[in-house]
Write a protein that binds this ligand. Sequence first.
Ligand code: C2E
Ligand code: MG
Ligand code: MG
Ligand code: MG
Length: 296
Amino acid sequence: DLAMYLAKSSGKNRVVVYAEGMERAAQTKAELITDLDSAVAEGQFAVHYQPTVELSEGVTTGYEALLRWQHPTRGLVPPLEFIPLAEESGAIVEIGRWVLTEATRQAAQWSRQAGRPIDVAVNLSPRQLLDDDVAAAVRAALDASGLPAGQLTLEVTEGVLIDDVEAVVDTLRALRLLGVRIAIDDFGTGYSSLSYLRRLPADVVKIDRSFVQDLGTGGRSTTLVASIIELARSLHLEVVAEGVETEEQHAVLGRLACSHAQGYLFGRPQPAAVQQPAAAVPVPQPRTEATLAARP
Ligand code: C2E
Ligand code: MG
Ligand code: MG
Ligand code: MG
């Protein structure tokens, strides 16, 4: 192929190095796939939480659950490296159930502590959606945690439409019947975003970070983001802008009346112990005779 041709054309030794590199990569991949099988049982996964902020009030309304794998010898492996492998091997089904259980439990606990509903969003990959038990797994997680279904959002990308569109749409409908919300993640990056917006039953659109990053730099992104927000509004979908890093991007989103946002500006993904959702503003207690008498 092309890579091999380029390697060859730049000297004979390169071919050997290249082939060794390929072999090593294949071996690493095989090892990671094996290690993924026992990672849930070994307690190597953690969920980190990134706040979602309601922009008009500046209040954190919920968190996105983002999976982290602490590999015993390789250290922290990023999700973009291991999730495709877990998809390929099927391990994602068990891992995904663990994330659902953990994230719903955490959101229910935070909601009790804060005295207001704290939402949580969990990413689902294509293989999880095609597993015929995903609705049962979601139901089980909601039951075990006591989290109201309306506080759980499931995020899917256009990738879920690659395989069996009808089966995926049926599954998303079944999930919505449970009362959970469906978000279209990374919106705008697919080659047919508008057509999947039409096909997927959804409640939320998450504008991909790549559009948000360019806001306020004078390019076309502001117009594009304004259009997505307008489109979402007319379809009665909630909008979340992803990857907000600067005050300038924040200000532009405010002017465009974007309802929700996420990004390093508001908070990075952190372990649950680090995140502390603020309690509801306490309702002032009426003064009683006793408290009035106790005043100096
Ligand atoms: P995603 O669902 O689009 O999540 C957003 C990603 O952007 C996260 O990367 C987050 O850490 C990062 N991010 C958030 N704010 C900012 C920002 O302001 N600037 C920049 N540069 N990045 C920001 P992360 O945690 O590495 O996750 C990558 C992807 O892995 C996720 O993309 C999601 O597709 C997938 N993923 C993560 N956890 C799970 C999971 O439990 N299950 C499945 N199936 N996929 C997951
Ligand atoms: Mg997501
Ligand atoms: Mg996203
Ligand atoms: Mg993204």
